[in-house]
Design a protein around this ligand. Structure first.
Ligand code: APR
Length: 237
């Protein structure tokens, strides 16, 4: 395997699937039970804030406050971050905290995080890991009620840290996408940015994603198998 110096990794729901967190677009996926416009848009929140907050309260309980644990893929990426001598950036579309629990230190949550809240009145962001979020909560910063929302990027909103991500993609010599269906932009287009920068691109998935033809290489396997194997190869250099 070639010796790489600047690696960007993008993860999606598939890396957390073996830890027991449901993905979005599988037959039993989250979007099979909820209309995206009802629970993952600002319009849905304005129309029925309780429905939206309850949806994320359930996911916070399932993903972050229960006995869900990282799997070997999460641990392998934390090892790569620790031991890789070049530049490494981990970008996740996931809102769970499994990368951090596995030891990753510098994780960009481009779609936000279940364990952080934002006040719609004053835009203050703060951690939120205990009680359920409700329309009656008061912002600890501006002391106003009724504006607390999950610090999560809903459809139609702009993902976080895109400037940092694109800078890294334009400079990368290796781009790896793990467990993402490649349906949602801008993340689905990262492979094209990396390719235009001359990077080698690898997709790790159970089945080929929507962007399969845009990757140089496809590794079809469970992430808990394929990610540790790839990390071992990358660190062997
Ligand atoms: N190992 C590797 N890949 C897996 C595994 C596994 N064990 N299990 C599932 N996958 C793959 C599926 O084949 C699929 O390609 O993970 C992908 C999951 O796709 P989605 O459910 O669409 O999740 P994701 O790509 O992360 O969605 C992107 O869409 O709904 C929005 O904001 C949401 O961040 C999410 C974004």
């Amino acid at each position: 395997m070639k010796c790489y110096r600047k690696i960007v990794v993008l993860t999606g729901a598939g890396i957390s699937a073996e830890s027991g967190i449901r993905t979005f677009r599988a037959s039993d996926g989250l979007w099979e039970e909820h209309k995206i416009e009802d629970v993952a848009t600002l319009e849905g929140y304005i129309k029925n804030p309780k429905l939206v907050l309850d949806f994320y309260n359930q996911r916070r309980e399932q993903c972050c406050l229960s006995d869900i644990k990282p799997n070997l893929a999460h641990y392998a990426l934390a090892k790569l971050e620790r031991e890789f001598s070049g530049d490494f950036l981990l970008v996740t579309q996931n809102i769970d905290n499994l990368h951090e629990v596995a030891g990753s230190k510098n994780v960009i949550h481009m779609h936000g995080e279940l364990l952080r809240a934002r006040c719609s009145h004053c835009a203050q962001v703060f951690s939120w890991s205990t009680k359920e979020m409700s329309i009656h909560d008061v912002c600890e910063h501006c002391k106003r009620q009724g504006g607390i929302r999950p610090n999560i990027v809903w459809f139609g909103e702009i993902p976080f840290a895109l400037d940092i991500i694109y800078d890294a993609l334009f400079d990368a010599d290796l781009f790896i996408a793990i467990g993402t269906s490649g349906h949602v932009y801008p993340a689905a287009g990262f492979v094209d940015e990396a390719t235009s920068a001359g990077a080698y691109t690898i997709e790790l998935n159970l089945a080929s994603g929507a962007q399969k033809s845009n990757f140089d290489e496809m590794i079809l396997a469970k992430a808990s198998i394929s990610v540790p194997q790839l990390v071992t190869k990358l660190l062997a250099k």
